[in-house]
Write a protein that binds this ligand. Structure first.
Ligand code: MN3
Length: 245
């Protein structure tokens, strides 16, 4: 199952353990690297095989994207926090939600690389090949209300993804009242940094699609729609604690 909240709790737990030099290897959460002293952040394994999203997203892209790009964000983040034990003890979600708590000398590198780690950890979880191809339950109703229909949402999400100039992301996010919106962010910024919670996100950096789709981002975005795990996305919305005002 795809439960990012649980994954983040595990990451937080591993960070705490790592600060005491405890090496852990939790196969149930798919950790490929044991947490080690000085390396509080770890690259999570993909929740499926590298070829699982074929033919929409190819295995070679998945290898590069996960094993090289995501790994680099994790390594850079670990290097950045090496002399900041208070920051190293935070979960990556806490980091991106509370960049104001990160000391100024490392804030930009944490924003970029902590953002990259959080975004990619999230991204792997909201894709798969199979399962429901449309939103469920409360999210289905919220999408119909906000966008008129599911296809209305798909059109607007695609337009937003094609509108991102250069490297960035497009998201469906929720605020703490359960209000949903499509938004775009540059670089590795995310809705978390603006106090919202991502439900769905597409990485539109060229490294996410260039091997298979070359410069044709539109084909990649169309393919991405085929691998969205709407079960996982709907569950994220369902699990947001809505604050009644
Ligand atoms: Mn990427």
């Amino acid at each position: 199952m795809f439960q990012q909240r649980r994954a983040f709790i595990k990451l937080a737990g591993m960070s705490a353990l790592a600060s005491f030099g405890v090496v852990t290897a939790d196969s149930s959460s798919g950790q490929t690297q044991a947490a080690k002293a000085g390396q509080p952040f770890t690259l999570p394994a993909l929740p499926y095989g590298y070829e699982a999203l074929e033919p929409y997203i190819d295995a070679e892209t998945m290898h590069l994207h996960h094993d090289k790009h995501h790994a680099a964000y994790v390594n850079n983040l670990n290097n950045a926090v090496a002399n900041y034990p208070d920051v190293a003890a935070m979960s990556v979600e806490e980091l991106v939600r509370h960049l104001d708590k990160v000391p100024e000398p490392i804030r930009t590198v944490v924003r970029n690389n902590g953002g990259g780690h959080a975004n990619h950890s999230f991204f792997w979880q909201i894709m798969h090949n199979g399962g429901s191809d449309h939103p469920q339950g409360e999210l289905a109703r919220a999408i119909d209300t906000k966008f008129g229909s599911f296809s209305g949402f798909q059109d607007q999400f695609t337009k937003a993804a094609l509108s991102v100039f250069g490297s960035g992301w497009t998201w469906l996010s929720s605020d703490d009242k359960g209000g949903i919106a499509i938004e775009t962010t540059p670089n590795q910024d995310s809705p978390w940094m603006a106090g919202r919670t991502p439900l769905l996100g597409i990485d539109v950096w060229e490294h996410a699609y260039y091997l298979k789709y070359k410069n044709v981002r539109a084909d990649y975005v169309a393919a991405f729609h085929k691998v969205i795990s709407w079960d996982a996305v709907s569950k994220r919305f369902h699990n947001i604690p809505v604050q009644k005002s």
